[in-house]
Ligand binder design. Structure first.
Ligand code: FHN
Length: 463
């Protein structure tokens, strides 16, 4: 073979190799490049940002915001996002709501700013609630915001980018129960919420729909802070399936945090006789604050601001700012997180009463956030006039009921107090502390500096 022909063959072979090599690198799956698989963090490392955060925004948003609690002229009772179940709406009728879902006033930056200004550190939004409608551009269904609505924008992509820009952790709620999918609950109409019957095709729903959608959400919208499962109570979903899902999600993003509703860990859901730890990283008491928290466990109370998660046009039963701030301190004093809900309208607006309360909470957090973020449960038990949160070497006394006689009694505290002052004004407010019986007495100003919750800091010697 002549030299020239040999060289031509070499050059040709190199061209083929380069074309193949280039094709391989450009066909990697689309989405956020999570970089090399991160090392598996220990649980404490994984939970660190979450335990520091203490306060997050829950967002329930979907097609149910269109009827907003009314159906065919009737007010439908109970929580708004359950209208498909509570008004016995057939799938074919309910899915027509997608044609009306056009939230032209939606502004991801604005929503994230509202959460950030409130002092919230993470946002958990319903990617898919029980009604099965998907708020992102899913490749495994057209029952989503991109294909079924006139809006045709990927809400979750916009929110994910706004959160990244503003340093807020982006998290998803995802319902295991699905009232729209024929292999899940849809055939049980009109009782989509049936907990006694099985769908013979449920495993197919899990394998070809639920898991592929979870993968889309984790790979394309991550890195995520938390995957917040719900709707785990259906008969066909088991603790072993929850454990498998937990491991699957962690294989996609090792440092993600997952709640206990991935399996049957929620109070009242656990099959009897199951003694091993349920799957999930934290407990999820709902609409309630456990009297003594969940000692030894990470936990988060989720709560509505009125009486519904999803928007209802006539639910004006708003909790006061005072009540919400007291709940925040109460939860933190028991070592928990507070996931406070907003239910945006079909136009894409967070209701004004919610915004007002969040602004007021943010004003308090701006001054007193140190007494919430990264704190642990009170080491001195319950207090008649308020709550206590702690950090190493510091106690934060949250005084709801200001003493009329200018003397704040602090029982069960024998540590030496090195310094006491108002958190709002450390420089000019040192307070006198006297020992008395089994505790301390702090001499405080006549008037409460903050009518809702004044925080006094005690710098104490050792444990
Ligand atoms: O059925 C849902 C309900 O709609 C809402 O999403 C709450 C929020 O935690 N979770 C379920 C009820 O436990």
């Amino acid at each position: 073979m002549r030299k020239k022909e040999f060289l031509l063959i070499i050059v040709f072979a190199m061209c083929i190799w380069m074309i193949y090599g280039c094709a391989r690198t450009t066909t990697k799956p689309a989405g956020v490049d999570l970089g090399p698989a991160k090392k598996k963090l220990g649980k404490d490392e994984r939970m660190e940002w979450w335990r520091e955060a203490r306060f997050g925004m829950f967002i329930h948003w979907g097609l149910y915001a269109v009827p907003a609690g009314e159906w065919k002229g009737e007010k439908i009772p109970k929580i708004g996002e359950w209208i498909m179940e509570n008004a016995d709406i057939p799938v074919a009728e309910y899915e027509k709501l997608a044609e009306q879902f056009n939230p032209v006033k939606f502004d991801a930056e604005q929503w994230v700013q509202i959460a950030k200004n409130a002092g919230m550190k993470y946002i958990v939004i319903t990617s898919k609630h029980h009604d099965g409608f998907c708020l992102w551009d899913s490749k495994v269904t057209d029952y989503d915001i991109m294909d079924a609505t006139p809006f045709k924008r990927d809400i979750l992509k916009e929110l994910s980018e706004a959160c990244a820009k503003q340093g807020i952790r982006f998290c998803f709620y995802h319902s295991i129960m699905d009232w729209h999918h024929p292999d899940a609950q849809a055939p049980f109409y009109p009782n989509y919420n049936d907990k006694t019957r099985s769908n013979p095709n449920f495993q197919r729903y899990v394998d070809t729909y639920l898991k592929p959608q979870i993968k889309e959400l984790v790979i394309n919208y991550g890195p995520l802070g938390v995957l917040w499962f719900d709707g785990e109570w259906v008969k066909d979903w088991t603790e072993p399936m929850g454990r498998d899902m937990y491991n699957y999600v962690r294989s996609l993003q090792p440092d993600i945090i997952i709640n206990n509703r991935v399996g049957k860990g929620r109070k009242g859901m656990r099959p009897s006789g199951q003694d091993e730890e349920p799957a999930g990283d934290f407990g999820t008491p709902e609409q309630r604050i456990p009297a003594t928290g969940l000692p030894g466990a990470d936990w988060e109370t989720c709560m509505t601001m009125n009486d519904t998660w999803g928007f209802k046009s006539y639910d004006h039963h708003w909790k006061s700012t005072k009540d919400l701030l007291h709940k925040l301190a109460d939860i933190a004093s028991k070592g928990g997180n507070f996931l406070l809900n907003v239910g945006p309208t079909a136009e894409g607006l967070i209701p004004a009463p919610s915004v007002e309360r969040l602004e007021a909470m943010g004003a308090w957090m701006k001054v007193n956030g140190e007494s919430i973020y990264g704190t642990t449960a009170s080491p001195i038990g319950k207090l008649p006039w308020g709550r206590c949160t702690a950090k190493p070497g510091k106690l934060y006394l949250h005084v709801f009921d200001w003493p009329e006689n200018g003397k704040l009694q602090v029982p069960n505290l024998q540590n030496k107090v090195k310094k006491a002052y108002l958190l709002a004004d450390e420089e000019h407010s040192e307070l006198t502390v006297k020992s008395q019986d089994e505790g301390k007495v702090i001499i405080v100003p006549k008037e409460a500096p903050d009518k809702i919750n004044t925080v006094i800091v005690l710098e104490i010697k050792s444990k």
